[in-house]
Design a protein around this ligand. Structure first.
Ligand code: SAM
Length: 179
């Protein structure tokens, strides 16, 4: 069963992708990944994610300025599996049972056009449907299928803010979140 998931974010353009890349990181964190590697230099994105981790807990790490070829090579050298999310890949339901037993999974998501080399370096090119959509949606569905929904019940140790789930209204413990 998969124990460790990291996300490698490719193609980030600081002038237009900050919000989406931040949401890639927050989605990765909320749905059970441990780390995000950002293959670009954008300390602001990493700082935003670290700010959420500091207030909402858990041990998620975000790393700025990662060299993507080195990241993939190191992950594979350490016995990890590389999964590239792309609409051109094999559809998720057809491959997820083969991926789930892998202990360490690096999920690669793009922004604009992903270098062709990535398709060869990946152990699995996986489509979340063969229709174009978004890296955030693809990542969320992939993680949920990988963890079979168990990530939805995860706790986040060290949280300063904690939601008190309720059918109506907004209740939380800790400093005001301003939402
Ligand atoms: N046109 C780009 C290309 O050919 O690589 C894709 C751009 S898309 C907005 C950004 C990212 O979303 C892709 O790199 C991929 O990781 C993810 N993505 C989009 N549609 C997907 C799908 N159907 N299945 C899996 N991932 C998808």
């Amino acid at each position: 069963m998969t124990r460790e998931v990291a996300v490698l974010r490719l193609g980030h353009r600081p002038e237009r992708d900050q919000r989406v890349t931040t949401h890639v990181g927050l989605t990765a964190r909320a749905l059970g990944a441990r780390r995000m590697f950002l293959a670009a230099d954008d300390r602001g994105v990493v700082a935003s994610i670290e700010d959420v981790v500091e207030r909402w807990g858990g041990g998620f790490e975000a790393e700025n300025g990662v060299k993507w070829r080195r990241c993939i090579a190191d992950w594979k050298a350490e016995g990890g599996t590389v999964v590239h999310l792309t609409m051109y890949g094999l559809n998720l339901p057809d491959v997820i049972d083969e991926i789930r037993p892998r202990e360490r999974v690096l999920v690669v998501v793009g922004a604009e056009k992903v270098p062709g080399e990535v398709y060869d370096l990946a152990d699995f090119n996986v489509a979340v449907t063969n229709q174009p959509h978004s890296e955030i949606a693809g990542l969320a569905v992939f993680l949920d299928r990988l963890f079979e929904g168990r990530e939805l019940g995860a706790s986040f140790p060290g949280a300063r803010i904690r939601i008190i789930p309720s059918a109506h209204g907004k209740f939380a413990e800790g400093p005001s979140e301003g939402t």
